[in-house]
Design a protein around this ligand. Structure first.
Ligand code: F58
Length: 840
């Protein structure tokens, strides 16, 4: 019917002239050169690598846009349910390599670029990471987008277009220094949609009045308006024509460039200042990981993004002409953590205040539409907003939240009439000074499903932070979806040789679309030629990392040494301090050996990387200690190549792609019960690295899948943590002996000014050792010794490596997305039609 609306001669002309995507190196060259000459206004004589990157990116962008158009048209015609993934963070990394692989044209581009005198790796390296996220949560969102498109699900991501992503980290004199990450100078992957703009209201007051039908209605009036402008980023699926959309909102002054009234009345400066104030909303990503700071600007970001996204979603829904009660059959909205929780009262507001639905009718729709993913049980990370702040910024939303709360508490009172104390425990409003809105409770109450991100974590949320809600709603509302990672980026792109080796044995690259097929790799575990290649690939990946280390730090490390890697955000609960104390312990032990004995030890390179939140002093101290220890140990001729310590500056997604394939061992050593899932653990194992870890997060399921012989577990269990903590505070605290010796060395100034590290030591010795560093220290060191022994048997190690990879099929983000689609969203894929079929 839609097609019939366009008369035949026009359709024919359009179809005839629709550009055909390139498919040979020559055609690629033609497109790239045209972009370099005309879009970039460069020529053969000043085409540097950056220009070649830009031309290549634009040529691929053209392809993506065509499949993107096609996908969006088809989804509109099909008019079926879509999922909207609301996330304040999308840690996408680089796009070009991924686009080339997903559309299957990397070889074509490599050949074409070679014809023009460029190496494809150099061109790929020109790209700036899109770093709109802090860590695991943001990267998970990016993996999910890749899977949603690869599985042909009609899905959109909604986020904020920060002008500055996560800061760049420089290490100066061993300290972290933050440098702004301005990444938008040239970004070929986004399309500004100046026609898609939404005006967002803040502040003001609520007017209640009777309408013509005598009904009391609320109207939010006055205040300030900021404009949200859409920027669209195409998200290509792997091996499919589906290209989904990630829509990022950018803020600007609502009245355009200037407030003309002010401008004309001579208030030029203040009109420019207004504009800047508006633009501040999407200026910068908050760099905290697992900490809630409750800043007004952050709340503004959250509402700005939720309101713009919902306006867009509702507009699209209304175009379909459905009845409101059909909204949850057309729309599923996933809340990535509590950051988008304001979308719940916002949808209720739209339905009741703007569309005139009855409260109860609206609430049923809201509740069926939303679902919420929790990513942490750490109390300091649970979002709360002060009631006075919300009253000021979002007066109507606060009323709605109070009304939601009232109805909820009345329901609880009816269900548990004898348990009045439960009411204050579960109230959305915390009766503190000032009162606070508990966002996680609002998210639970406004959603039909709540999930954790690994089995242990999903169990823990049911027995700790949401215990009362399990009683109130029953256990079925709470579920688990264990995290996963996309094998396209984290195997095929990061480790192309390993991917090719696997494909050569399995007969195709189909495992990239169905990762469970990896199990067939186990058939080749005794194949000598296969083993040899596997080993060579790991060594080559280590050599690549060694080169990166040499180029960036000047330090030489031997690729034959055992590479022991811990890369992730620096946080006390992740326990990089345990690792570095272990390194000192190892160093002391090495120095105590005779030169003869030393010869028998396995050389190790400890590699650290990760950012500390700028205001997190303790985490910064850990970075400083790692660098100081490195300085001393790397210069110690007693140990020479037997021990090296490296801190890789500015860990990010593109560095992870080099680091992850190069590990022999990686460390996932959080205090049991604190790491919700972890996802780098999955990336490392998928690339043939073994891991040392605690019984925490997804480590537990990884163990179940790969077998306990293939993982090095240590430390106390989650169920014992509380009692141990209690013992530290009220019992007779005994510091581990080995750790005490490590502290003596630090205190003696072995690693520079001892004072610099007092707080780190005192947290353990004097302040209750909340993260159980001392309790786990001995077990950790012993397990590290087991690793040394195991590494001596290279054949057995190799067997573990291959076997583990073969058993990692479960951890594909495709599996997660299918679970979400089936159990939470009730969503069907929409297979792309041949373009001919759509044109016919
Ligand atoms: C992470 N959370 C979890 N939060 O720590 C990790 O265990 C899990 O694997 C991952 O989510 C994915 O589920 C995380 O990265 C943040 O960075 C937030 C950023 C915004 C402020 C609060 C923390």
């Amino acid at each position: 019917a839609v097609e019939a609306a366009i008369p035949e001669p026009q359709r024919a002309a359009w179809i005839k002239h629709t550009p055909k995507p390139f498919s040979t190196p020559e055609e690629f060259e033609k497109d790239a050169i045209r972009h370099i000459e005309t879009t970039l206004a460069r020529s053969m004589y000043n085409c540097d690598e950056l220009a070649a990157y830009s031309g290549t990116a634009l040529a691929f962008r053209d392809r993506l846009i065509m499949s993107w158009n096609q996908t969006q048209q088809q989804h509109t015609f099909a008019d079926q349910k879509r999922v909207y993934y609301l996330s304040l963070e999308f840690l996408m990394g680089r796009a070009l390599d991924n686009a080339m692989l997903n559309v299957g044209q990397k070889d074509v581009a490599a050949k074409g670029l070679a014809d023009l005198g460029f190496r494809i790796e150099d061109i790929i390296n020109q790209e700036h990471d899109a770093a709109l996220g802090n860590g695991g949560l943001g990267r998970l969102a990016a993996c999910f987008l890749d899977s949603l498109a690869s599985l042909d699900f009609p899905a959109w991501g909604y986020g904020l277009r920060y002008r500055y992503g996560i800061f760049k980290q420089e290490i100066i004199d061993g300290y972290q220094v933050e440098v702004p990450d301005y990444w938008l100078d040239f970004n070929p992957w986004e399309f500004p949609r100046h026609d898609v703009a939404v005006d967002i209201q803040f502040y003001g007051h609520v007017n209640r009045y009777q309408n013509d039908e005598g009904k009391t209605v609320s109207q939010w009036e006055g205040g300030e308006i900021v404009r949200a402008v859409a920027y669209d980023v195409p998200v290509p699926g792997y091996g499919t024509e589906t290209t989904n959309n990630l829509r990022l909102w950018s803020s600007k002054a609502a009245s355009g460039e200037f407030d003309f009234q002010k401008f004309n009345s001579g208030e030029y400066e203040s009109s420019v200042a207004d504009q800047q104030r508006a633009e501040t909303i999407s200026a910068v990503l908050y760099p905290n990981d697992n900490l809630d700071r409750g800043k007004e600007l952050r709340l503004k970001q959250q509402y700005f993004w939720c309101a713009a996204s919902l306006h867009d979603i509702v507009r699209r829904f209304k175009k379909g002409g459905h009845a409101w009660k059909d909204f949850p059959n057309q729309v599923a909205i996933q809340l990535n953590d509590t950051h988008p929780t304001l979308a719940i009262p916002e949808l209720q507001r739209i339905l009741v205040d703007v569309e005139g639905l009855e409260w109860d009718e609206a609430w049923i729709i809201v509740h069926k539409t939303f679902s919420y993913t929790n990513h942490t049980v750490l109390p300091e990370a649970l979002e709360k907003w002060s009631v006075p702040l919300m009253q000021l910024l979002l007066p109507r939303h606060l009323q709605i939240i109070y009304d939601i709360n009232l109805q909820f508490l009345q329901f609880v009172e009816r269900t548990f009439p004898k348990e009045r104390e439960v009411l204050s425990r579960v109230s959305i409003i915390e009766e503190s000074q000032p009162k606070m809105v508990r966002m996680a409770y609002l998210a639970v109450i406004g959603s039909h499903k709540v999930n954790g991100v690994a089995e242990l974590h999903s169990d823990l949320i049911k027995t700790t932070i949401f215990q009362d809600f399990v009683k109130i709603y029953g256990p079925d509302k709470f579920t688990n979806v264990t995290n996963g990672i996309t094998p396209r980026r984290w195997l095929h792109q990061a480790n192309p040789r390993l991917s090719a080796l696997i494909a050569s044995k399995l007969g195709s690259y189909d495992f990239l679309k169905d990762l469970t097929q990896l199990n067939k790799v186990e058939n080749f575990v005794q194949d000598q030629e296969f083993r040899k290649e596997w080993r060579e690939i790991k060594l080559a990946n280590k050599a690549r990392l060694a080169k990166h280390i040499k180029d960036t730090t000047g330090l030489e490390v031997d690729p034959k040494a055992l590479f022991d890697i811990q890369v992730k955000r620096i946080h006390e609960y992740k326990r990089q301090q345990l690792n570095i104390f272990g390194v000192i312990h190892r160093w002391l032990a090495l120095k105590a050996l005779s030169p003869e004995e030393r010869k028998a030890t396995v050389p190790r390179v400890f590699i650290f990387g990760g950012k500390a939140a700028p205001g997190y002093w303790m985490a910064k101290t850990v970075i400083h200690l790692i660098n100081q220890v490195g300085k001393v140990i790397n210069a110690d001729s007693d140990v020479g190549d037997l021990l090296k310590v490296v801190f890789v500056e500015d860990y990010n997604v593109s560095k992870a792609e080099i680091i992850v394939p190069a590990s022999d061992i990686s460390e996932h050593i959080s205090t049991a019960g604190t790491e919700a899932s972890g996802t780098s653990n999955m990336k490392f194992v998928l690339n043939g690295g073994l891991i040392i870890g605690t019984c925490d997060g997804a480590n537990i399921e990884i163990t179940r899948e790969i077998g306990e012989n293939n993982i090095f577990l240590f430390g106390n269990l989650a169920e014992d943590v509380e009692e141990l903590r209690h013992g530290h505070l009220y019992g007779n605290y005994q510091l581990d002996e080995g750790l005490a010796k490590v502290f003596d060395e630090i205190r003696n100034g072995r690693f520079g000014d001892a004072q610099a590290f007092t707080a780190l030591i005192n947290a353990i010795v004097d302040h209750g050792d909340y993260y159980l560093v001392s309790d786990d220290f001995n077990s950790y060191c012993k397990t590290q010794e087991l690793i040394d022994e195991a590494y001596k048997d290279q054949e057995e190690w190799l067997t573990k490596s291959i076997t583990s990879v073969a058993r990692m099929g479960f951890f594909s983000s495709d599996r997660c997305i299918e679970e979400y689609a089936e159990t939470i969203w009730n969503l069907e894929p929409q297979k792309p039609k041949e373009s001919a079929a759509l044109d016919a």
